[in-house]
Design a protein around this ligand. Structure first.
Ligand code: GLN
Length: 477
């Protein structure tokens, strides 16, 4: 059974009794087993078959479920009852969550079935999934390459057809980058549109949840289930009253700004050619495309790698060997419990971020780093908002290159951080963005990124859908 078929069609067949949730879950588990060598999954949900029977009973009882019987995978930084929640870090290896957040609960209520937890860079720190304490995931198109990160297991799982969709998190690009490297659709919604309660916190001012899917229509359908305020997350916002759908829009009159800074040095010229070819196609369909300069985007990466480590250092303070996960057996007093548990449990990247974050927040350095980075963030917000006075959408590549060789950057944190140069500004500004498969360069997937003003997901999805139609990737489905 092909789990890459449109979710709406599969769910309709389940509702009509032509297919069962149990069939779909069995197909998903079989596919995961058959493609095990890519190491997308950290743990299977032992309750998946049982959950499928319950959904089949709900369908039989006449419940109208938008995601009836649809198997999905959650990045392992989502708290889930029936499995461990490790965030791919040794410090959380023994951890079992005491609750599930609104995202997981909403998916289950809609009839979706959690089949597995996906690999990630530990605590979502990274761009290649090589920072996982449990070994890297391999790129689904070429297993010698990285899948991108930090939601690399999730993106690769979707590309491999292991489940119909995955949910990931995007603090600085972690949904869009792996979507680009694996050839799937990755949506980063407006900050707050999906409540983030029940996700292991990374950078609380930019963390968002979003879907990884095989099509824009699937992305819209999953967003429609996930979106909306919940009292448990004070930063969450109201959803649109209308459904999020991906109607392949007419682009007549759509004003698109092509981000100049994302097309300069560092961008693979073959990716640039593909972006330019797509721009001509969009113009042919009535869009008005112009180059726009957003000079502060050149400072966004530096600001991000100050602000997010600052928040990381604070969020990781809770792993003290007392309340969560790993507690050192060698400790003889409280202070040693803190020190040894953290020393033994955290990997190199988490430690690096704790040190950087603590440093930039410390007295004497706060003004030089944290405060200046906040000023850059304010400047970025201003530039994006000015751009959105003139344009409905912004466009650029998702990443400067295609997927790179496993191991080629894992010893060089700065080279790794540079992969995020086109994704982090969106997070600092809080606007929605989507990565759509554009084609291939050197036989590896390339992503196109569209960015919209806050809460303009419906426009974003319509334009993404138009791009997808142009590419024709899904005409054969
Ligand atoms: N690659 C970025 C980082 O390492 C983004 C991570 C993310 O979005 N979770 O911080």
């Amino acid at each position: 059974m092909d789990l890459k078929r449109p979710i709406a069609a599969l769910a309709a067949e389940v509702r009509a009794g032509k297919l069962t949730a149990s069939d779909l879950v069995a197909a998903s588990l079989a596919r995961i087993a058959a493609t095990d060598s890519f190491h997308t999954v950290l743990e299977l949900n032992p309750q998946a078959a049982h959950d499928a029977e319950i959904v089949d009973a709900r369908v039989a009882a006449g419940e109208d479920l938008p995601l009836a019987g649809i198997p999905f995978i959650a990045k392992d930084n989502f708290l889930t009852f029936d499995t461990h929640t490790t965030a791919a870090s040794n410090i959380l290896k023994p951890f079992r969550a005491p609750y599930e957040g609104p995202a997981i609960l909403r998916l289950k209520a809609a009839g979706a079935i959690l089949v597995a937890k996906a690999n990630l860079d530990a605590f979502a720190h990274g761009s290649s999934t090589e920072n996982s304490d449990f070994g890297p995931t391999k790129n689904p198109v070429d297993p010698t390459k990285v899948p991108g990160g930090s939601s690399g297991g999730s993106a690769a799982a979707v590309a491999l057809g292991q489940a119909c969709f995955a949910v990931g998190t995007d603090t600085g690009g972690s949904i869009r980058l792996p979507a680009s490297y694996c050839g799937v659709v990755g949506l980063k919604p407006t900050y707050g549109l999906i409540p983030r309660t029940g996700v292991v916190a990374m950078g609380s001012s930019t963390d968002v949840i979003g879907p990884l899917t095989n099509s824009v229509a699937d992305s819209a359908l999953v967003l429609d289930v996930l979106a909306g305020r919940d009292a448990s997350d004070a930063t969450s916002i109201e959803r649109d009253t209308e459904a999020y759908v991906a109607t392949s829009g007419d682009l007549t009159g759509t004003r698109i700004g092509l981000i100049k800074e994302y097309l300069g040095a560092g961008l693979d010229t073959k990716i640039k050619d593909q972006i330019e070819a797509m721009v001509s196609q969009l113009e042919a369909r009535g869009a008005k495309v112009e180059e726009v300069s957003l000079p502060a985007t050149e400072l966004a990466l530096a600001a991000y790698y100050i602000l997010v480590p600052a928040e990381v250092s604070s969020n990781l303070a809770r792993y003290d060997g007392v309340r969560f996960g790993h507690s050192s057996a060698g400790a003889t007093d409280l202070e040693e419990t803190y020190r040894l548990s953290r020393e033994e449990g955290f990997g190199a990247e988490a430690k690096r971020r704790i040190i950087i974050g603590t440093y930039v927040l410390s007295s004497g350095y706060y003004d030089a780093y944290y405060k200046r980075a906040q000023k850059v963030r304010t400047k970025l917000v201003g530039e994006f908002s000015a751009a959105f006075d003139k344009y409905d959408l912004l466009l650029g590549p998702t990443a400067p290159t295609v997927a790179f060789d496993l191991g080629s950057k894992s010893q060089d944190p700065l080279a790794m951080y540079l992969n995020d140069v086109m994704t982090v500004a969106v997070n600092l500004v809080g606007v929605p963005a989507i990565s759509i498969p554009l084609g291939t360069v050197d036989n590896l997937p390339v992503g196109l990124q569209l960015i919209a003003p806050q809460r303009a997901e419906r426009n974003l999805l319509a334009a993404a859908s138009a791009v997808e139609t142009i590419i024709g990737d899904w005409s054969a489905r």
